[in-house]
Each structure stands twice: as structure tokens, then as C-alpha cells.
Design a protein around this ligand. Structure first.
Ligand code: CA2
Length: 147
């Protein structure tokens, strides 16, 4: 059985606690359960991690690239949170690790503040899912299983 990694970045541990109008009512634990259940339906192992630290996310992307190269991982679903809009380090990690990434955002970042409308990741991602709420996570996992 092969695997996929779901990485959530800064402040996504607060999901469900505030701003339900923007991010919905699901907690991070709910999202991670949804991802694992989806993985079982797709016949893949899904591992979920969250960090508020940019460097930890860089390390996980590098690890994912090595696992992908070894044929153990299909790729990563990455919600990099606000680092999406600031982090050249995460972009370089995606390219450097050669890891297949589906960039995901729960909210429609294009309908929000201007600073959320630029992503350092989109150009190096295999695909982008935006604005579909937490239902985007199962769709992103399914996308990793295609091709
Ligand atoms: O829409 C998304 O998934 C975002 O990646 C979420 C990030 C935001 O900076 C991006 O622009 C879009 C923020 C996550 C913060 O999540 C919270 C959840 C509940 C309460 C407070 C923050």
C-alpha cells in the first residue's frame, strides 16, 4: 500500500475555534480524521502533521521528497497557511525535494485580502484547490492518486 502526507501549517491547529464564517466549524482533528478515512477509501495510508514552524515544514517536505523518490509516497497535500504568501523557503523545499504537492486552501483566498492573492507555492505545485472548505482535502488526496 502506498501513502500520502497531509501537511497543515501555522494556526491551522486553531480550526473550529474561531472564524467559523471563513474556515467552517471542523477542527483540525476532524480534518485529519476525514483525510485518514478518505485514504482508507482510496486504498492509501494517509499521515497528517501540523506545525507552526516554517523550518519544520521544510524538513517534512524534504523527507517527503525522499520517500516519494523511494516509491513510498504519492505526494503531499499542503495547506501552508500564511506561509503560502511569504515563504520562498517552502517553495525552494518543494522544488529541491522534487516532491509532488497539491496546494490547498480552505477559504477562497482570491476573494479575500490582496496579500492572500499571491502564493509562492502555486507555480511549483502540481495543482491547487481553493475555497471548497475542508472538503478540499479529500479532493486533493484523490488528485494525488490520479496519474
Ligand atoms: O484558507 C486557508 O486554508 C488558509 O491557508 C488559512 C490560513 C491563511 O493565512 C491563508 O491565507 C489561507 C490561516 C489559517 C488560520 O486558521 C485559523 C483558524 C481558526 C481561527 C484562527 C485561524
Amino acid at each position: 500500500m502506498t501513502a500520502a502526507l497531509v501537511l497543515n501549517g501555522p494556526n491551522l491547529n486553531l480550526l473550529g475555534s474561531r472564524e467559523p464564517g471563513v474556515y467552517g466549524a471542523a477542527t483540525l482533528a476532524d480534518v485529519e480524521r476525514l483525510c485518514v478515512t478518505t485514504g482508507a477509501e482510496l486504498g492509501i495510508d494517509v499521515e497528517c502533521r501540523q506545525s507552526n514552524l516554517e523550518g519544520e515544514l521544510v524538513g517534512w517536505l524534504q523527507e517527503a521528497g525522499a520517500r516519494q523518490a523511494a516509491g513510498e509516497l504519492l505526494g503531499v497535500v499542503l495547506n501552508a497557511g500564511a506561509y503560502t504568501h511569504t515563504s520562498i523557503a517552502l517553495r525552494d523545499a518543494v522544488v529541491g525535494a522534487g516532491v509532488r504537492v497539491i496546494e490547498l486552501h480552505i477559504s477562497n483566498v482570491h476573494a479575500r485580502e490582496e496579500f492572500r492573492q499571491h502564493s509562492y507555492l502555486s507555480a511549483v505545485a502540481a495543482g491547487v484547490i481553493v475555497g471548497l472548505g475542508v472538503n478540499g482535502y479529500p479532493l486533493a488526496l484523490r488528485a494525488l492518486t490520479l496519474s
